[in-house]
Unconditional design. Structure first.
Lengths: 193, 193
DNA sequence: ATATGAGTAGACCAGTCTGTCTAGTGATTC
DNA sequence: GAATCACTAGACAGACTGGTCTACTCATAT
């Protein structure tokens, strides 16, 4: 299988880069874990940076699947859906979950300033994410769950920033508490009609 | 002067680590920029990690000075003070400023998980910061600028997370707009009686 | 005068980094 | 059955990593 090697590299790379960071993860480390020789790596990817791009896209695709699954279920009220979505994120990326933190946020701080190749990928993924949440908020406004004066796009950006910030703090505190605080404030105070 | 060398190392280190990150900044690089030989570095600091601790403490001290200066001026109304404070932060750490991003947030994502030595320093600095903001919010409650039901400590944490998230997004977008959005939402919507 | 010790100086070490190079494999195509 | 091509394989290169080591300077204390 031609593509299996490539897939496995991305798989292992995603896991390692998410856990340890882009800079801290060496190509050799990935190679060793995947039991794949170096020649294969540089056959499939021109550089580590290009590899990271593929990893980022893989991550983005996975997250897109998540939000489509959880935010797309129109049988549930919009704000309820949104809360379930963030609860799912919390279970997945909180400190009790298998991997902690958001790869997007992590990579953003590490490379967005310095890599002109990765920055647009990050930007695009954030954008799509923002839009998905804005869409739910629009529904919430339409159904009267939010005031008509609410600006879905801006509010969605505010929520995302908030989530990313809470992840940082939860890393520092080594606790899920900041994430719980995020949920609480967001749904008890911010998203009130 | 015995301490000048040490001071200069911290100075240069702070600047480089803030700009490029902890992992991406080599000891040799700092040495070269400061024009100081390696022997001195390892005389003053047992390791790169210990050096980073000193850098972090220096950064924390600088930030403490900032918030004491801007948040301590009781001649200005509490929420007005808070806004001025965040505007100052934005001018300093926004993309138009000389250095972008918050060293605390950057390092948090990079090392909080992996360094047991740096994590408590990060935690302590965040804590102190949180408390300083909570104090202003308490004043705001006392003066009737905020509802009595507001929880200063939690609200302060929420604001900080928000700010850090906005900084991430502003890095990704390569624009100050997310920071402006933060200011707008925070003071027009969140901190309303 | 001499001893002590903080601090300077930089060569050096072992290991790691990303990336290159050549050689070879194995399946498909003409 | 020969040529071609995607892919595997891993030795190797050259730069760079954090950290060590020994030699040295120089101010102070006795």
């Amino acid at each position: 299988m031609a593509h299996k090697t490539r897939e496995q590299l991305i798989e292992v790379g995603l896991q390692r880069i998410h856990a340890a960071g882009y800079g801290a993860t060496g190509v050799n480390e990935i190679l060793q874990l995947a039991d794949i020789p170096k020649g294969s790596f540089y056959h499939h990817f021109p550089s580590k940076e290009a590899f990271a791009e593929a990893v980022l896209e893989r991550y983005g695709a996975g997250e897109k699947a998540r939000w489509e699954r959880l935010l797309g279920d129109k049988s549930i009220a919009p704000l309820k859906r949104l809360r379930l979505y963030f609860e799912d994120l919390m279970a997945t990326y909180g400190r009790t979950g298998p991997i902690s933190g958001c790869l997007l946020g992590n990579m953003a701080l590490e490379v967005a300033d310095h890599s002109d190749k990765l920055q647009p990928v990050l930007q695009g993924t954030f954008s799509a994410w923002n839009e998905a949440i804005a869409e739910v908020l629009r529904e919430a406004v339409a159904k009267g769950e939010l005031d008509h004066s609410a600006k879905p796009k801006e509010l969605a950006a505010f929520l995302l920033n908030n989530w990313e910030g809470a992840l940082i703090r939860s890393k520092v505190e080594r606790s899920d508490q900041p994430l719980e605080l995020f949920l609480h404030f967001t749904f008890k105070a911010l998203l009130k009609k």
